[in-house]
Design a protein. Structure first.
Lengths: 960, 80
């Protein structure tokens, strides 16, 4: 029998360790030592215990062989709990992985090969997923019951709620049945629908004993099913957000910055290093995460958390700060006076809801006694959240690279549009083709204003992490080939002197040990961050662009930017009552009301936009480097001004920004005010006023209204001649008062959209001409598409086809009705909109019909936005599509149906069969992209705008 | 109750008020340049008093959102 120490080392050496353990136990604070992530540790624990059991060793003896502290072995009870939890954890992960692969279309054998399991085991795992889904009905019913009790009101459970919980509609129906059986009433409320006389149905569950009338009166207070809850297991169970757990500051070693601000914490500012193997600070199987940690109950730290092997004895965490020892009282931030959001960190979900929602994720772990505990780590972003594959390059970035690269990327972008155009012209259904051509034309018009170019393949954003031991010209980037060259860009991007050209070295031991095969992080030397617009390491990202060809140019960092520390130069004194920005919490607002704090109203977004446009204009106009450096310095102040309470006005003056704006953007002839944008790149999207107009013109020849000029393909407009009273604000009261002057009603558009020849917006620099040519060819392509569209004529209606395909016609009609019926969130939005409208009505009882209609539309729009309404869409079967092609629908009906249809599905049906879902040109491009090292099918499918399945089918790629 | 209004896009998961750095990175990675578009839109109102700036800014954001050139423009409102 091996001694305890030897046995435990086996649990720390990786998957194979259980077979040949025997080295001395590592020393450290915890008896299980450090050296790897906790998931692996629990997996090894499971393997170890199982191997002993398989050998016939009794549980008692196995437990005796396991150390649980100095001179202490583990109890059987505890070992059983840990063994059981570890087994369940492994099984759960296997089920999740197998399900993910199955959802990607993989077969049992392929999944088995990928996971190293037999086909039967894979079947069993996927069956378990089925069982899990059954169990979800019960947990869903429990959740709804809890939500009803908590809210004291009504919870929406209609169609679509199941999507919010990631369960099927059948399971949701089962859950509702269970609730009714428990005595909770379910009501179907009929709510008026927008401006129409139709009513929609809102299904709600209410408290026991509540009535229909109670529910109807509480329409504006109905809550969604998942509010305030989150899931750690894909919807299987739901947890309520708990008060964060605090950590004792005695466990934290603070790595201060040296007094000269050059060494120490500043080199890793924002990095939170964690001891491996400590449960309450475990990242589980992730390598890194952006976190908030409550300290001593009243302070918090935030930054990027990662494991480290260099934690001083007696500590569990090293917190790297740019503060010196003399500033020790400023290392941690004070928590906000908001129990729901103590860290002041709100980030939005991506479901179009405009309500900020706290989605800090909380993680749990099983402690040594087998109890579930809340981790002290509150996750803001975790591994995998940062990666965004770049699909376009902005004009702001490309215009700084010079005309040759811009021309090339714009050409690629234009060729792709032409490919799309050819693809649409090959569609086999007139109605679909017309619809797609009009949409395509509109997208070309928008592209002429947006001026985006094709991205360089392989570009993606990554979060940066510091490794002082690395070389300054290297990058640890496991998503890129070892030895290849990349360019790193971070915004605000002042010029090519802020681009870092680096060589990939994926053999840096420290980075390899900590980041491993990081999904979306790169390791760099701290000095590289300084070049990248002064990035720090608390979650900042860079765009990594493959650059073996050297197409992306860079220059050495500007001397004027070296050592520029806006946080040191412009930070307001701590006792200053003036704060940059506006109050962003109730607490701040109250302080402002009491006069304890004065906010200067600074708006980071608008000011960053202004200085970014200034830098673009200066670069295009070949401003001297020293002057560009001034604007860049100011931009570095602006981006941190609100966050670090910087005196941005002094930075504005110190850097002579007004003078730069005068020189490179000019002044208004009218009032002498400084202008904003002055080159085609920056002013393409500037506002221009046009007289109120409506689409279309009366055509005396055809005696009907036409919307497209048949000769040019341009959109036709007709001015309405509408007028309005001009109002002026009374300087004393601030109230708008009529002036008695009548003026024409105007609408807003963009300069580029209204200008037929983009060259008229150019100040004559070469890069502007490149973009002007591109904008003009896009406008021409849009016109050509519209001309093609109106030449198509209407699709023919066939009464006999309607009879032949009567069943399909009926099925499509049902799908259409379902798609247009309101979904649950839509129904909540409807109720909310009605509530808003009632308030307006109460305030303005004498509204005209027209005003009422407008007010209702505004309420609808606001409600839809705030409640995150999304549309459902129709998908056709092959036989249904046959019905459409045979002319079973009248043209107007078909157009209405197609408006509600899934675009990809329609396109798949309408493309020539021989294409197999992808045009020959796109197929060739896909093959070329896939031949690149490290290219993934997902990335290629994204670039082509198709699903992975379509890509695989079109190219006959194997499924696994 | 006061509010802070920003231009954002429906796919940007970050808060443009409290987490501007992350918001800005995402916005530029996607090439939306929302801040630059807003600044270009606001050109003519550069020297107005701050309370009017706020009103004009919200109006500008509403206009940009209604034009929706990116297809994903939306208004972010933080009520405090």
């Amino acid at each position: 029998m091996a001694d305890h120490d030897e046995d435990w080392s086996a649990l720390q050496e990786g998957e194979e360790a259980a077979e040949h353990y025997g080295t001395p136990r590592h020393s450290g604070r915890y008896p299980w030592g450090s050296g790897e992530n906790p998931y692996q540790r629990s997996e090894n624990f499971y393997k170890f215990v199982k191997s002993q059991l398989d050998k016939g060793i009794s549980k008692k003896d196995i437990a005796k062989s396991i150390s649980d502290g100095p001179n202490k072995h583990m109890s059987i009870r505890k070992m059983n709990a840990l063994y059981s939890n570890a087994g369940a954890d492994i099984r759960r992960r296997n089920v999740q992985r197998a399900t993910r692969l199955r959802d990607k279309g993989w077969g049992y054998s392929a999944i088995g090969r990928a996971m190293g399991l037999s086909d039967n085991t894979v079947r069993s795992l996927l069956n378990e997923e089925v069982q899990n889904r059954k169990d979800r009905s019960l947990s869903t019913a429990n959740l709804i019951e809890t939500r009803v009790k908590e809210s004291g009101g009504f919870i929406e459970v209609g169609k679509g709620s199941e999507a919010r919980l990631q369960i099927s509609s059948t399971k949701m129906a089962n859950a509702i049945n269970q609730l009714e059986a428990r005595g909770y009433p379910v009501f179907q409320l009929r709510v008026p629908q927008g401006n129409t006389h139709n009513k929609t149905v809102v299904t709600v569950v209410g408290p026991k004993g509540s009535t229909y009338k109670d529910a109807y009166n509480a329409l504006d207070k109905i809550e969604t099913i998942d509010k305030g809850y989150y899931t750690e297991d894909g919807g299987e169970t739901f947890q309520k957000v708990e008060p964060p757990k605090s950590i004792d500051s005695k466990r934290i070693y603070i790595n201060y910055t040296s007094d000269d601000h050059k060494r120490g914490g500043v080199e890793k500012d924002g990095v939170i290093e964690l001891r491996r193997g400590v449960d309450d600070i475990s990242l589980k199987d992730a390598h890194y995460a952006q976190v908030r940690i409550l300290v001593d109950g009243d302070k918090y730290m935030k930054g990027m958390a990662l494991y480290s092997d260099n934690i001083p004895d007696g500590y569990d965490i090293v917190y790297n700060t740019n503060k010196t020892k003399a500033e020790s009282d400023k290392v941690f931030k004070k928590i906000k006076d908001d129990p729901d959001n103590p860290f002041g960190a709100t980030i939005r979900t991506d479901d179009e809801s405009s309500e900020p929602e706290l989605i800090l994720c909380q993680r749990h772990y099983t402690d040594k006694d087998g109890n579930r505990q809340l981790s002290v780590l509150n996750i803001v972003n975790e591994e995998g959240n940062w990666q965004q594959w770049g699909r376009t390059l902005s004009s702001q970035m490309l215009s700084k690279q010079g005309p040759a690269l811009a021309q090339r990327q714009l050409d690629i972008s234009f060729e792709r549009r032409k490919e799309d155009f050819e693809e649409i012209k090959a569609l086999t259904n007139k109605a679909v083709e017309y619809d797609q051509l009009i949409q395509f034309a509109d997208s070309c018009d928008s592209a002429a204003v947006n001026l985006k170019a094709a991205a360089i393949p392989g570009s993606a954003s990554h979060v940066i992490l510091p490794f002082p031991g690395m070389k300054e010209n290297e990058i640890y980037a496991p998503n890129y080939e070892n030895g290849s060259r990349v360019a790193c860009i971070r915004y605000p991007h002042g010029g090519i002197f802020e681009i870092a050209e680096l060589t990939v070295n994926n053999n840096v031991p420290e980075a390899k040990s900590i980041l491993g095969q990081a999904k979306d992080a790169v390791g760099i030397h701290p000095s590289v961050a300084a070049k990248l617009s002064g990035a720090d390491f608390d979650g900042d990202t860079v765009t990594v662009i493959p650059n073996d060809t050297g197409d992306i140019r860079s220059r050495p960092a500007l001397d004027q930017l070296k050592g520029y520390e806006p946080k040191v130069l412009y930070r307001r004194p701590d006792d200053s009552i003036v704060k940059t920005g506006k109050p962003t919490s109730r607490e701040d607002r109250e302080k402002a009301k009491r006069g304890e704090v004065i906010y200067d109203g600074f708006d980071t977004q608008a000011e960053m936009g202004k200085v970014s446009n200034l830098i673009t204009d200066m670069t295009i106009k070949d401003a001297p480097t020293a002057e560009i450096a001034r604007a860049v310095r100011h931009s570095m102040t602006v981006i941190d001004a609100e966050k670090h309470n910087l005196d941005w006005k002094t930075s504005y003056e110190d850097n002579g920004i007004a003078e730069l704006k005068r020189t490179y953007q000019g002044v208004s002839e009218k009032n002498g005010a400084l202008k904003g944008a002055s080159t085609l790149i920056s002013q393409a999207k500037s506002r221009v006023y046009v007289y109120d107009r409506k689409e279309g013109q009366w055509d005396p020849v055809t005696k009907r209204r036409i919307y497209i000029d048949p000769k040019t393909g341009e959109k036709l407009w007709e001015e309405t001649g509408a007028t309005r009273m001009l109002y002026k604000r009374d300087p004393d009261t601030g109230i708008k008062v009529p002036t008695g002057k009548i003026v024409r009603v105007t609408n807003r558009s963009t300069k580029m959209a209204e200008e037929k020849d983009a060259h008229k917006l150019s100040s004559g620099y070469l890069i502007e001409e490149v973009y002007a040519n591109h904008a003009n060819r896009l406008k021409a392509l849009a016109n050509e598409a519209r001309k093609t569209a109106i030449s198509l004529g209407d699709p023919e209606y066939s009464p006999s086809a309607a009879k032949t395909y009567a069943k399909e016609v009926e099925d499509i009609n049902i799908k259409y009705l379902t798609a247009t019926a309101n979904k649950p969130v839509q129904r909540i939005a409807q109720a909310y909109s009605d509530h808003l409208f009632k308030l307006i009505e109460r305030e303005n009882p004498d509204m005209s019909d027209d005003d009422r209609k407008k007010a209702k539309t505004r309420c609808d729009n606001r409600a839809r936005k705030e409640k995150g309404v999304q549309k459902a869409s129709i998908k056709f079967t092959d036989r249904e599509w046959e019905a459409i092609q045979a002319g079973a629908f009248r043209p107007s009906r078909l157009k209405a149906i197609l408006r509600e249809a899934d675009k990809d599905n329609v396109k798949q049906h309408a493309l020539p069969k021989s294409w197999n879902g992808l045009s020959p040109a796109k197929r060739a491009r896909a093959r070329a992209m896939l031949s690149r090292p490290n290219a993934t099918q997902y990335e290629v499918a994204q670039a082509l705008g198709v699903s992975v399945t379509t890509l695989m089918n079109a190219l006959n790629l194997p499924k696994a | 109750m006061s509010k802070i209004v920003r231009l954002t896009t429906t796919d940007n998961p970050h808060d443009p008020v409290n987490d501007f750095g992350a918001w800005w990175d995402f916005d530029h990675m996607k090439g939306y340049n929302s801040s630059e578009r807003l600044a270009a839109w606001l050109t003519s109102s550069a020297d107005l008093p701050s309370e009017m700036q706020e009103e004009i800014q919200e109006e500008a954001i509403d206009e940009i959102v209604s034009l929706n050139l990116t297809g994903v423009d939306t208004k972010f409102v933080l009520e405090v």
